[in-house]
Design a protein around this ligand. Structure first.
Ligand SMILES: [Ca+2]
Length: 407
């Protein structure tokens, strides 16, 4: 059915160019993907029952990639979309893809390999929860200045990167744009257009003070008439105070409510102040404009290069195309169906969990009641036995000490 849908979509978007598409729905997927041998202890991927690619071992690096005929996104839109699901409640691990050039030998693909773009969610504890979007540019991997949050629930989510030929971009999560803008604004592709003029410096006589003491303000003559502290008027000399031994009695001091504090002249705006000094800018002689940011002449493979603490993440529905409508059609159609099915499954699991819990509690209550019943029965039996024993004892007593009338 999915294949039929894919064909319908392809027919509807006949002009679309699909550079790579992978849904792991046929048995040949493993012939298309190359397991890296860069490490000997890579975690292995396995297919899920519903045909997704799942990480299957905890505390492992994963290195897998698939090549395709190389293409350039120069002058075209480029859309990279894929789904990833973390049903294991991912504590720490990557869920992103990389676009690779043909110069990377896929059999040795690893974290050091050159890549064009890295895109997708990255989660580690509560500290790292971001959608990564890294572009390689002139020898550097540029980190995104923005850090939009990924989904951290257990549903399948679609991450979509949309690059436009006018050096703008948009990133969507389940079809909803989470960030967009100019590449030059959100990554440090270009050097700043302007720099502070190195020939300019703050004049030595620049006035930094916005306010000054009012020279016309003078201290009132009676300002100091009220000291900070005064003797407590309510204090009385103790009756047993001995001036000879204790010295002359003085009342303890209190804060004086009349005291006005140290005098300071009022402040007024400084007529000489011209505002903070601003370093004048000049055009940056090192600035080089570039009309083709994030343009890659040789896009030839998609790679999964991640670390996972708790495995179970499922990658699927990878699409690399120049037609956003094709990506959109997946998000609006199949993705909604996938998520609905997963919500239903989660609800059923939850209902089953509750039922199992109820059953277990009821069983325990029954067993508890049975135990109490058994104990009561045992106690009753023991009491009866004790009573009988007492009775026997009485008889014994009778035998040992015959009644007087028997004597
Ligand atoms: Ca699939």
């Amino acid at each position: 059915m999915r294949l039929a849908l894919a064909l319908v979509l392809l027919a509807a978007f006949a002009s679309a160019e699909v550079f790579f598409q992978e849904s792991f729905d046929d048995a040949d997927w493993s012939s298309r993907w190359i397991q890296s041998n860069s490490r000997s202890d890579y975690g292995s991927f396995e297919l899920t029952a519903d045909h997704g690619l799942r990480t299957s071992q905890d505390y492992r690096f994963y290195g897998l990639s698939a090549g395709f005929g190389k293409f350039s996104n120069k002058g075209k839109e480029l859309v990279l979309q894929f789904t990833v699901r973390h049903p294991q409640k991912l504590d720490c691990g990557g869920g992103y893809l990389k676009l690779l050039p043909s110069t990377v030998a896929l059999a040795g693909f690893n974290g050091d390999a050159h890549y064009h773009v890295m895109f997708g969610p990255d989660i580690c504890g509560y500290g790292t929860r971001r959608i990564h979007l890294i572009f390689h540019y002139k020898g550097q991997n540029l980190l995104w200045k923005k850090e939009p949050k990924p989904e951290t629930d257990e549903l399948t989510h679609a991450y979509t990167l949309h690059l436009f030929p006018d050096n703008t971009y948009a990133v969507a999560l389940d079809g909803k744009t989470v960030e967009s803008g100019a590449l030059a604004d959100d990554w440090a592709f270009l050097k700043p257009r302007e720099i502070p003029d190195p020939a300019a410096s703050k004049p030595a006589d620049w006035v930094d003070d916005a306010t000054i003491a009012d020279p016309d303000d003078t201290k009132p003559a009676d300002w100091d008439d009220h000291p900070a502290e005064i003797p407590d008027p309510d204090a009385a000399k103790p009756a047993d105070w001995d001036d000879d031994n204790d010295g002359e009695w003085e009342a303890p001091l209190l804060a004086n409510p009349e005291y006005k504090g140290p005098w300071a002249p009022r402040m007024i705006p400084n007529p000489a102040y011209k505002g903070p000094w601003v370093h004048p800018l000049i055009p940056n002689p090192d600035f080089e404009d570039d009309a083709s940011l994030a343009v890659y002449e040789d896009i030839a493979a998609v790679g999964i290069d991640i670390w996972q603490v708790k495995s179970g993440s499922v990658f699927d529905n990878i699409l690399l195309t120049d037609d956003a409508a094709l990506a959109r059609a997946f998000v609006d159609g199949p993705l909604k169906a996938i998520q609905d099915a997963e919500r239903k499954e989660a609800e059923e699991l939850e209902a089953k969990r509750r039922k199992d819990e109820d059953d277990a509690r009821r069983k325990e209550e029954l067993e508890d009641a049975q135990r109490r019943n058994d104990i009561a029965t045992e106690e009753k039996a023991a009491a009866a036995a004790a009573a009988a024993d007492e009775h026997d004892h009485d008889h014994d007593h009778d035998h040992d000490h015959p009644h007087h009338d028997e004597l």
